[in-house]
Ligand binder design. Structure first.
Ligand code: HEM
Length: 141
């Protein structure tokens, strides 16, 4: 669970994300695919090239889910339950990939919001992404 200070930092940062989820999401995915090309294997069915509309759409869904989950910081399991089923039972994404995507999301936020992204906000958002990732990978066995 999150402290009040962590909640405030997460909610503040997610407010900035909510202004343009497709933009920040596509940047995060582009960094994921370039920096960790093995992650592209899950996306054979979409166009993963630079500037692709597919990547923008998917990035918007991913960060949109983060925006939604941040509205329910005291019930993240319930909010993310369907996505958890999807990633575990249907997609079977290797859990290690969640650390890679989380890292890329943090880099995008640090680039766009250098003033807000102080050490406390970094730590709080990292924790937020770790909790989301733990939930999305919790049903594998
Ligand atoms: C689909 C969120 C991590 C691979 C989705 C969808 C959302 C989502 C919202 C769309 C679900 C729908 O259309 O109903 C997230 C979040 C993540 C995360 C919040 C962690 C912060 C990952 C990772 C991978 C991955 C690490 C693999 C590297 C996929 C794939 C799809 C998908 C392959 C289906 C794409 C499609 O066919 O449209 N995810 N995801 N996800 N996710 Fe994730």
């Amino acid at each position: 669970s999150f402290s009040d200070a962590e909640k405030a930092a997460i909610v503040s940062m997610i407010g900035k994300v909510a202004a343009n989820p497709g933009g920040y999401g596509s940047e995060a995915l582009e960094r994921l695919f370039l920096g960790f090309p093995q992650t592209k294997t899950y996306f054979n069915h979409i166009d993963v090239s630079h500037g692709s509309a597919d990547v923008r759409t998917h990035g918007g869904k991913v960060l949109g889910a983060l925006v939604e989950a941040a509205k329910h910081l005291d019930d993240m399991e319930g909010t993310l339950s369907q996505l958890s089923d999807l990633h575990a039972y249907n997609l079977m994404v290797d859990p290690g990939n969640f650390k890679l995507l989380s890292h890329c999301i943090l880099v995008v936020l640090a680039c766009h919001f250098p003033a807000e992204f102080d050490a406390c906000t970094h730590a709080a958002f990292d924790k937020y992404l770790a909790v989301v990732s733990a939930i999305l990978t919790s049903k594998y066995r």
